[in-house]
Design a protein around this ligand. Structure first.
Ligand code: 5GP
Ligand code: ZN
Length: 114
């Protein structure tokens, strides 16, 4: 728990969120400013900003998050596919410095950046 981190506060229940999945390792909730019809953030329950700062235990949490993504996507009705984005640092436009996986879908996402 990092006192100034908005995602730590969401994990702690200090800030409300529209949760779609939670277990002991992660929380998934809808993005407050959705960039697609479905836009969910999957957040490990350990504070670190980027993959570069991740320790071995945190890597295990990220692995569990990734393993859970297909079930979360299925529960969101994303049978047609979806896109994952994990912004890393300033050039990527990362604004919340608690690692998170964006799940985007619910529409054809086009070719866009990748
Ligand atoms: P980043 O740009 O760091 O990869 O993404 C941060 C995301 O967090 C943004 O898409 C932003 O809309 C979302 N976000 C920021 N604050 C909140 C919040 O308080 N609640 C929710 N649900 N999403 C947030
Ligand atoms: Zn945090």
């Amino acid at each position: 728990m990092e006192p100034n981190c908005i995602f730590c506060k969401i994990i702690a229940g200090e800030i409300p969120s529209d949760k779609v999945y939670e277990d002991g390792d992660m929380l998934a909730f809808r993005d407050i400013n959705p960039q697609a019809k479905v836009h969910v953030l999957v957040v490990p329950k350990s504070h670190f900003a980027t993959l570069a700062e991740m320790d071995a235990a945190q890597a295990e949490l990220v692995k569990k998050c990734l393993q859970k993504v297909p079930a979360i996507a299925e529960s969101l009705g994303l049978a047609g596919g979806y896109r994952l984005i994990v912004n890393q640092g300033a050039d990527a436009g990362q604004t919340v410095h608690h690692l998170h996986i964006h799940i985007l879908g619910g529409q054809n996402l086009g070719e866009k950046l990748v």
